[in-house]
Ligand binder design. Sequence first.
Ligand code: NAD
Length: 316
Amino acid sequence: MNILANDGISPSGEQALREAGHTLYTDFVEADQLESFIHTKDIHGILVRSATKVRQPLIDACPSLKFIGRGGVGMDNIDVEYARNQGLTVFNTPAASSQSVAELVMGHFFSLARFQHDSNRQMPTRGCDEFKTLNKAYGKGTELRGKTLGIVGFGRIGRSLASYALGCGMKVVAHDPFVTDGKVNVQVADQTLTVDCPRLDLNELLASADMVSVHVPAQADGSAVIGPSELGVMKHGAFLVNAARGGSVDEDALLAALESGHLAGAGLDVFVGEPTPRADVLAHNKLALTPHIGAATSEAQDRIGLELAAQIEALA
Ligand SMILES: NC(=O)c1ccc[n+]([C@@H]2O[C@H](COP(=O)([O-])OP(=O)(O)OC[C@H]3O[C@@H](n4cnc5c(N)ncnc54)[C@H](O)[C@@H]3O)[C@@H](O)[C@H]2O)c1
């Protein structure tokens, strides 16, 4: 088959597809050129991450397409139902990146608890002349051990994060109205411990957690899961991380909670309006920021590439 991997694919995935005899194109094709590229190269399948959108008009215009593969989790950049109704196979790699996202979130919490995100901004310009001032400014850090982490959305990433947090000695509580248990496997050396995390109502969780992390899919109505009233319930001085979707946490309400001092800090890996997030979010000194890199590790990309190749083989 002729396959276009428009947002790239790992070397291992590329190798697996070429060895299986497929012709693979990996150079990025701009949105307005996609239709003609797919026609010219007689493309049978398109692989995307989050950047390339595969919408109804492209699907209608390209009858050669037999499948759409999404390397990653959320498929909000693809008209999935429409494509399936037209007979296309649409698949993703839901589990491949959970561990990488969870590790990034732990990194945000470690950073926030010791003000590293701000210290890294200030030290290059002020570290020489104002060392003692900065020492004082960042001298009231906290440890993660013993603190309560509230996880909103207890699916693959939520549970992977829970296993890291439990391993660090944190207590974990979860909110997810759609799951029936709070079980998490924690790997310690060659042993696996199963911990049953308490499941709480959202407000109970927000009121009891020192740190909150959001791991829900984009909501059907586009609404934020954490908005002004939810932030209002959170503990004074708590930390919040959003590595789910831009808008899962209301950015206006978050900035207000940081400005008022209600929240001590927050970490964002995802933003409203990507790839051009708002400037006041990027400039805020209480925000730890990463540019949507939750799944961007070589291990996750390897798993994604190999899983995509395996799913394409299963189609043949
Ligand atoms: N930052 C990144 O690079 C990155 C990478 C991968 C995934 N993600 C995002 O992470 C999110 C979670 O991914 P996942 O693999 O854990 O998905 P998942 O489907 O395994 O888990 C999501 C969980 O959220 C729950 N949920 C849905 N609506 C909820 C609500 N209103 N309140 C509480 N719980 C709710 C579901 O029941 C489910 O258990 C997705 O939005 C995905 O797009 C981000």
